[in-house]
Design a protein around this ligand. Structure first.
Ligand SMILES: *[C@@H]1O[C@H](CO)[C@@H](O)[C@H](O)[C@H]1NC(C)=O
Length: 347
């Protein structure tokens, strides 16, 4: 879809333009795979979800993230950020934070009214949603990449990336700005936010939150069987929980052979900021010999967990087989001594 911008706005309504831009607004995706997580997050991004329910009812949700760790939310009633970590402001002063909050308050109000005004022009039908992603990413070598993506009904309508500092990136950014040259003010504000404010914030918040963001928490793992997938079949379930960071490798194996049929669940968050994950394998009931679940995680320092299917059961049975007779013998002896003593005492 093409978004056309009508040309009458003035330089003064910079925030309105910002909105437009954001109409074009931004979404940005944290650049694909997390590299090695042991260094912690490398990307900051804002997510905007705007639901246009009807001509008078719009809800704007906004949140700020370091990779998969949420650091603040947005209270749309008061138009202020809600910081979720003690270090979430980085080294920004309260005044600097208030300034950025002000830009975003203006942005949301202009964005909402601009979109509402252009609903018929863009042939939109209520209800619809617009999503934006914007932020910056620290690359190896110290380059920082700013990005912005906006999508409507799942289709991107704007996408922008620029490196900082980098002459090449400047060229790309200029190209972006010529596209919306009528809205030079917006362009400059966005560029400043993405290529100056965002890198400053990213670097300072990564430093301020270092101990928390780079912590390593070991998983717990256990096995169970799930609901039977069919006659003669078993569903083996490997649970892994309580780990941080999020990056996790878990697989059913036989010997060294990875079982291709392994299916991983989505990551689910625990309340303490750690993660839960499940890997299931559908097998014939008589075909479980030698199967194990292998868990690799940065917190384990190369010492993978390997949990054998049926092993805990047989170990349990062996222990039972040894302990029960031993216990009976001890009990018998104790009884015998006690009887004997009480017999002697009565003599
Ligand atoms: C818009 O939606 C809200 C919430 O569902 C509702 O209360 C309101 O009456 C609706 N307004 C119109 C004009 O349909």
């Amino acid at each position: 879809m093409r978004v056309q911008i009508s040309a009458e706005s003035q330089e003064s309504s910079l925030s309105a333009k910002l909105v437009l831009l954001l109409v074009l607004l931004a979404i940005f995706f944290p650049g694909g795979d997390n590299q090695e997580d042991s260094q912690g997050p490398t990307t900051f991004h804002l997510i905007q979800i705007s639901s246009f329910v009807n001509s008078t009812w719009t809800q704007n949700h906004c949140s700020g993230w370091l990779d998969d760790v949420q650091v603040f939310g947005w209270d749309s009633d008061t138009g202020t950020a809600i910081f979720l970590k003690p270090w979430a402001k980085g080294n920004f002063s309260d005044e600097a934070i208030q300034m950025v909050e002000e830009i975003f308050r203006n942005y949301f109000s202009v964005f909402t009214s601009e979109v509402q005004d252009h609903v018929s022009e863009f042939k939109l039908k209520y209800p619809f949603e617009i999503q934006g992603l914007a932020g910056c990413e620290l690359r190896t070598g110290g380059t920082i990449m700013g990005f912005l993506r906006g999508s409507l009904k799942g289709m991107d309508f704007i996408s922008f990336k620029s490196a900082w500092p980098s002459p090449k990136g400047e060229l790309r950014a200029q190209k972006f700005c010529t596209v919306i040259t009528k809205y030079k003010g917006i362009c400059e504000t966005v560029e400043k936010l993405l290529l100056e404010t965002c890198p400053q914030y990213l670097l300072s918040v990564l430093e301020a939150g270092k101990a928390d963001l780079q912590r390593q928490v070991k998983p717990e793992a256990w096995l169970s069987s799930g609901p039977s997938p069919g006659p003669g079949r078993l569903l083996l379930v490997c649970h892994v929980s309580g780990f941080y960071p999020k990056h996790m490798w878990v697989m059913w194996i036989r010997g060294e052979q990875e079982q291709e049929g392994t299916q991983r669940s989505d990551f689910l968050p625990n309340a303490d900021g750690t993660w839960y994950l499940r890997a299931v394998l559908d097998v014939a009931a008589e075909d479980t010999a030698g199967l194990a679940c292998r868990v690799k995680h940065s917190s384990l320092g190369g010492q993978d967990f390997v949990l054998y299917w049926g092993h805990s059961l047989s170990v349990g049975l062996i222990i039972l087989a040894i302990i029960v007779p031993c216990a009976l013998i001890f009990l018998g002896l104790a009884l015998w001594f006690w009887r004997r003593r009480s017999y002697q005492d009565t003599q």
